[in-house]
Design a protein around this ligand. Sequence first.
Ligand code: HSE
Length: 402
Amino acid sequence: MGKIRIGLFGFGVVGQGIYEVLRRTKNVDAEIVKICVRSLDKPRPGEIDRRFFTDSADEILLDPAIDLIVEVIDDAEASYRIVKAALERKIPVVSGNKAMLANHLQELIEMQKRNGVALLYDASSCGSIPVIRNLEEYYDNDLLLEVKGILNGSSNYILSRVFDHQCPYAEALAQAQALGFAESDPSFDIEGYDSLFKLVIITVHALGVYVHPRDIFTYGISTIHDSDIRYAREKRVKIKLVAQVVKVAGDRFTMFVMPEFVSPKKYIYSVDDEYNGVVIRGECYDRQFMFGKGAGSLPTASSILSDIMARQHDYRYEYKKMNYADRPAYTTDILLRIYARYTDTPVPAILPFEKIHEQYFSSECNYLIGDVKLSALIEHRAELNGKDLFLANIPLFFIDRD
Ligand code: HSE
């Protein structure tokens, strides 16, 4: 393939990073020929000729000289329209938009097949860590048992600051925003949705199954309180926001996003600040660990660069596991052990606990540790979200080993 002529959508934190990594690399035969932005009036870095910029998507989509679209805009709906329009025109796309991908991946996979065109998105999940392509190629077999990790840099940054540096929560969030890790609406980070979107994408490549985000239990860190941090410290664990997809008995798998008590012997215990860490477990090889920067301009851009390079070799995802004869089925009929701290919201009356292992009442707050079905957490999530309570998972799967 000759020189790749790129039409770039978005020139924010990641878009500018792409411009910079392409400038730094000597062996990439690719150039950005047009940049589509929402506002032409916004000041742009001085060295870029203003003629590169347009606010018309069609100037890129209808330009026959452009042979790759790189899409890193913030707006998931606009991103969906651009990606669909490009794939219909058989123009390959590299995207970093996890919300768009997680909500529309099934349809976008069908479009890729129908039009014989590639959509690559390694940057969408865990920034610079090459999770997707590894799951797709190296782990193209039945051995995989679990993918579990810290997939959101901002919430991990906040928890690290709060836990290890005694920083107030609001201050830590403001820092994550200032450093360019957080989403424009940071509730996506702290309520767990950003991790959820990445988990949905990862599961397609880990197990060959697409599950819609609405069907997955997601609980974030926004209601964490000093008493939770104190409790975790007493137990010598850290609280991390963990996303996981795990095979369970009977050819089934489960998945969810929740804060988790992480003991010092786990790999993810030492994943701090905006770093992400992913543990991959399988039959025959036990566990492997991938660690790296999951957010930020240049780390994310480096993953986009890798996808651009892959296009130079005509690479595309084949979604091979989606054609496996025996794919596992998604279940929420599993028991979790959770920590619940609450004051006025009567958690034991809302959730049907099958067993309560520990309980503590005081005038300030109450907590319990009990076993509850994941399906019950999903059923009652509206009564739990945003209330004066905090939930955390206490791992039961592969308990001694990851
Ligand atoms: N807001 C995201 C994060 C950016 O903090 O991980 C990278 O996807």
